[in-house]
Design a protein around this ligand. Structure first.
Ligand code: AMP
Ligand code: MG
Length: 474
């Protein structure tokens, strides 16, 4: 048995019983070519020891893992897409494949994307393009490296089919992906049960989530539990909003079916990382109103939390739910402060001072349309940034008289790690970025020459950045 003692299969989802998912079958793919295995993530759930053949057997042909779910489950959910309620969605090209404990004892899910049709596929083919899979790996690796709370792309296997897509040169190559995250339960999962006025399942789902994801044993009335649940989810979603902003990440489709109740960012579709600060930037070409523009993401997530509260209104008092909702902005700003200081690699000084400094930073970034990663790279480590920012192509701007206050304030901070400057990442003179032009270039090499070198090079650059930024927890 090649699976290690660290592998601890689970069947928690089966507690929910009937009404939450449909049993489905994985597609039978003509080919299974292993393109990416995430050994860091695999080690965290005891699956590092699998040979490549065994890996393909589990994550390309979906032979069940031991001691966990034995039949794939397409999850049932609804959701607001660009604010329109859609009761026809659900896992249309994915399923819950397995659950397990990670080495810290947390319950984790392995869910798929592109694994075949389900009762929720509508007119879709149930497939994922290889390009979509490659883009998701790059986004999740980069976000993890930047300290964002996000899902991991666990596996990508090319499947040898030809897909037709309106927004990609077609036919295009196919793949099946596996994602590792804490649950695939979404705000939309609650919305579905509320839509059918199914209070029994709503209650059950609240209890399940509190127990497995928030370590809360059943207590009080159903209404008390719903309120506690909303509070907990909102806290995580406020942190998620702050994570997006600190990373300069534009998610593109912040619909309620894409928001996980455990707060990780997942489902990377038309994402972009900002080249420079631009609050109005939108990632999805079809987002004509700018609903999910970079600077509107916190509002979008707050709106989504309102929809969760709405779904819980059948089991809790509206007035009490509304009271919980009012804390979102303060939670968001507090989470944002922590994350921006972490991005600057400095120690906190106190709420008021930090807020004032971060306002100067924000104003600078907007006025100067600052290159996003470059700014945090140049100023990383506060007082230790003096020599670095002076070598930056942005130096003349930083030295502008109107920025005296910002400069002085940033240089007055202590670094979180006094020795970080020795890391080769900070010697190199330029930050690791992941802009659309590079993503397209990496893909073009794969598409035209089946050359994966640029892709692997990028992943190792991202790893290098991750090791430089790995700050002690603050
Ligand atoms: P997404 O935009 O990926 O969050 O997906 C929204 C809904 O469309 C979900 O129900 C998906 O499962 C479904 N969907 C997206 N692409 C496909 C596809 N190629 N085949 C079947 N269902 C799909
Ligand atoms: Mg989705």
């Amino acid at each position: 048995m090649p699976i290690s003692d660290n592998y601890k299969g689970e069947t928690a989802f089966l507690d929910l019983s009937e009404g939450f998912a449909d049993e489905v079958k994985a597609a039978n793919f003509p080919k299974t070519l292993l393109r990416f295995r995430n050994d860091r993530a695999a080690a965290s759930v005891g699956l590092y020891e699998l040979s490549d053949d065994e890996w393909i057997d589990h994550f390309g042909r979906f032979t069940p893992l031991p001691n966990t779910i034995q039949t794939p489950l397409a999850q049932r959910y609804h959701g607001h897409q660009f604010r329109n309620y859609n009761p026809d969605i659900g896992d249309g090209r994915g399923f819950l494949f397995a659950q397990m404990r990670d080495t810290q004892g947390r319950l984790m899910d392995l869910g798929t994307k592109g694994s075949g049709t389900t009762p929720y596929s509508r007119s879709g083919d149930g497939r994922l393009t290889l390009k979509g899979g490659v883009r998701e790996i790059m986004a999740s690796e980069m976000l993890n490296a930047l300290g964002t709370y996000t899902s991991d792309t666990f596996s990508l296997i090319e499947t040898g089919e030809q897909l037709v897509r309106g927004d990609e040169p077609s036919p295009t190559r196919s793949a099946v992906m596996v994602r590792l995250t804490h649950s695939h339960i979404r705000i939309g999962t609650f919305q579905r049960h509320a839509y059918f006025s199914d209070t029994e399942r709503l209650n059950k789902l609240v209890e399940y989530c509190l127990k497995y994801y928030y370590d809360e044993m059943p207590f009080g009335s159903a209404a008390d539990r719903a309120l506690l649940f909303l509070e907990r989810v909102m806290e995580r979603v406020a942190e998620q909003a702050a994570d997006l902003m600190a990373a300069g990440y534009v998610h593109g489709v912040l619909n309620t079916d894409n928001i996980n109740i455990t707060g990780e960012i997942f489902d990377f579709g038309p994402w972009r990382l900002l080249s420079h600060m631009d609050l109005n930037f939108t990632a999805a070409y079809f987002d004509e109103q700018g609903l999910y523009a970079f600077g509107r993401q916190a509002d979008a997530l707050h709106w989504n939390i309102y929809q969760l509260a709405g779904a819980l209104a059948d089991i809790a008092e509206e007035k009490a739910l509304k009271e919980v909702l009012s804390a979102f902005p303060s939670q968001y700003f507090s989470a944002l402060r922590t994350r921006l200081l972490r991005r600057l690699g400095v120690k906190e000084k106190g709420q008021k001072i930090d807020d004032a400094v971060l306002k100067l930073v924000n104003d600078y970034m907007i006025t100067e349309k600052a290159p996003y990663e470059r700014f945090f790279y140049d100023w990383y480590g506060g007082q230790l940034a003096e020599t670095r920012f002076r070598k930056s192509p942005e130096e003349a701007k930083y030295l502008g008289d109107q920025y005296n206050d910002m400069r002085a304030a940033l240089l007055s901070y202590d670094p979180v790690k006094p020795d970080f400057g020795d890391h080769q990442y900070f010697q190199a003179g330029r930050p690791c970025t992941l802009l659309i032009e590079e993503v397209e270039q990496i893909w073009a090499e794969i598409a035209h020459h089946d050359n994966w070198q640029l892709f692997h090079n990028k992943l190792s650059q991202i790893n290098n950045m991750a090791s430089a930024l790995k700050a002690p927890s603050i």
